[in-house]
Design a protein. Sequence first.
Length: 408
Amino acid sequence: MKILFLIPIIVIATLLYLTQIDDDLSDGAQALIDRVEVDGASDSYLYFLGIFAAENEDPVDVGREVLEQSRKLDADASYQVVKYDKSKEIPIPEGEAFCKAWEDDCLSVLFSADVDVVSLLVEHEVLVFRSNIFLEFDEYKTLAKPTISEPFPAYRYLAAAERIKLLSAISFYKNGHPDKAIKSLLLQFSKLRRALDLQDNLIGKLVLLLALSEIIDVCSVILAKEDINIEKIPSLSQSEKSFHMVAAREFGVSYYAFKSADRHPEFFNIGGDSPGWMTRAVFKPNMSINQVAPIFYRLERLVEMSPVDFATAMESPTKADPPASLLRNYVGAALVSMSGNFDIYAARFIDFGAKLMVFNQKYTSANPSLNLKNPYNVGEVLKEIDGSICFNGPLEDKRKLRCLKVGV
């Protein structure tokens, strides 16, 4: 009788034990997280992190303190971060001349707005100076751990500084110096490309890419009206568009989030006190991590494709969601299925590369205005419509990276 009584207890205990077993990290997942190294030094990263510092303060010192606050939070989730006093931050320009480049009529505004560029340069001298200093660095390494609470550089400051430089170039053009305008724009373009090459963060890559696209549009509007010869602009190099570190850091956000959720008492609700065994029964961190790893390897591959190959890849997207995970990792599988679509970020780089091809077709080819071809579909001849040459691609283009402006 005692044995019969013990059998169901043993069975239940065994089943409970089995629900607690997680997989080992896959080789692919381990290789990705091994790329993320936040030790060492990077003055350019610290400078960028503190670019908003008061005029009499060193951005590197401020950036170092921001990073230190982040590391304290990583070590203790209850730590109250001491934020920089916003009232001390250098001013950032605002107004219609700082519209988003992809918004309707923004480029028209840049060419028509009555902007006192000289006053703008004087008023925001520190901002432009710091942007120039940042773009002179020959190294960049994000030193913050890739988590949901990671401190990001104030990209809006860099974007605003680059817009001021763009307005300055447009001012040259409007004052009768188109050659000087194009020279200024191409110099700005080359410096931003260098920063793009060094950047290891997804947001940073995207901000720089949009700035490059904006410069190409402004160059195009000027070249469409002026008889100026320019050399072919090289396509983005493998290094410039590489997502080697971007993919690793984006994966790192999922990695650390899943690791921190393991057996967490508040897993099911804030303020809860669920026992660890209950959480582990429905959520296995390593299994979840292994499931998302292929998403980031895919992202890394996609961004290096040609437009034609990318379009083909988009016809058959892959998902990493093994059915077996539903039994052992029900909640984890659900969380993985909610992962964002990272294909769109690769698409932005492919779209810009295609836009650059169209730009070169129009302004540097032997027959610049004849038979412009869509890089995604060479059988499609492109035409100018309402001051733009836009072409079809596999994914939605919310940032208008597949539209080359030729008039305002």
